[in-house]
Design a protein around this ligand. Structure first.
Ligand code: DOR
Ligand code: ZN
Length: 345
């Protein structure tokens, strides 16, 4: 039985770091294990221009723990008013790695997102031309569509038409939660990849709703039924290069989650690598953990893999902190509901 595993240092291809005091509190939780992360731009106000991305990058670098060799990979938040020249210059200079598409109103701080996809067609054409990937929050916002169907409907109504109309556009379906998402990626070519979160490999919708509502398991896209979780597990643990880790670790203060209208987001930065080792071992796929966390993402983005390694060692139960303290209150660390024995050393 494997008791110790050394892998290339992982990256997180979808991360929320926020700003200010929260940024300072959560950044060390990611830099402890990860080499790089794609930094989500859904601040208030959102990061829509190259100048705003540069300023946000500076704030992240100022908050960096001493000695950390972490590289934030910046993104722009796509709006119908995004200037394609500003975007192209930011991509050419290496300031941004990708652009994020939020359908307006789909999730936390997405109000400035895209309402009419025709209005961003010229921007997507330019991105295809320059090879800038588009990271997509794949849920429709049509109130007539059931929340558990919003990802599948998005693929048919929005994503597939965009990809047909914009050949060569490289797309990452972020945090897929359905078998429909897995199947769509598998049926398509090299220009399409998908991130999968840690928590969607562990919880299904029963975990959120059975025996009392669990606000810390609520995120968007919301976890689906068990058959979908199993499809995600199969995809993540398969080694298929089109699937890679994006934690979507999304900190919210407990007071804003444990309330009548709670925020969406699971905070998994602290324990993700231990949880993933547990999941991959359970599926007899520890030999594919490195592909999912450390190799497939860089390969999709055309970046080198990290030069160093981390080691996971199996031992007694890992004692994770239940909460992360911030000056404004606590953030609950994702609790998988079972003991985890893989320590990152
Ligand atoms: O659960 C989520 N939280 N999903 C998102 O898409 C956004 C994120 C956040 O920013 O809190
Ligand atoms: Zn996210």
């Amino acid at each position: 039985m494997t008791q110790s595993l050394t892998i290339t240092r992982p990256d997180d291809w979808h991360l929320h770091l926020r700003d200010g005091a929260m940024l300072h509190a959560v950044l060390p939780e990611t830099t402890r294990h990860f080499g790089r992360a794609i930094i989500m731009p859904n601040l208030v106000p959102p990061v829509v221009t190259a100048a705003q991305a540069a300023a946000y990058r500076d704030r992240i670098m100022e908050a960096m723990p001493k000695g950390a060799a972490f590289e934030p990979l910046m993104t722009l938040y796509l709006t119908e008013d995004t200037d394609p020249n500003d975007l192209a210059a930011a991509h050419a200079s290496g300031l941004i790695t990708s652009v994020k598409l939020y359908p307006a109103g789909a999730t936390t701080n997405s109000a400035s997102g895209v309402s009419n996809f025709e209005n961003v067609r010229h921007i997507l054409d330019r991105m295809a031309e320059i090879g800038c990937p588009l990271c997509v929050h794949g849920e429709v916002t049509d109130p007539a569509i059931d929340i558990f169907d919003r990802e599948a409907v998005f693929i048919d109504r929005v994503l597939d038409p965009i990809r047909q109309a914009t050949p060569g556009l490289r797309v990452v379906m972020e945090h897929i939660t359905t078998k429909d998402g897995v199947d769509y990626v598998k049926a398509n070519d090299q220009d399409l990849g998908a991130t999968i979160t840690t928590h969607h490999l562990i919880i299904n919708r029963n975990h959120i709703l059975v025996g009392g509502i669990k606000p810390h398991y609520y995120c968007l896209p919301v976890a689906k039924r068990e058959s979908h979780r199993l499809a995600l597990r199969a995809a993540a643990t398969s080694g298929d290069a089109r699937f890679f880790l994006g934690t979507d670790s999304a900190p919210h203060l407990d007071a804003l989650k444990e309330t009548a209208c709670g925020c969406a987001g699971c905070f998994t930065a602290t324990n993700t690598m231990s949880l993933l080792a547990h999941v991959f071992e359970e599926d007899s796929a520890l030999d594919h953990l490195e592909a999912f966390t450390s190799l497939n993402g860089p390969s999709f983005y055309g970046l080198p893999t990290n030069p160093d390694t981390i080691t996971l060692t199996k031992g007694g139960p890992v004692a994770f902190p239940a909460k992360l303290a911030t000056p404004d209150g606590e953030v609950t660390v994702f609790d998988p509901g079972f003991p985890v024995h893989w320590h990152v050393t």
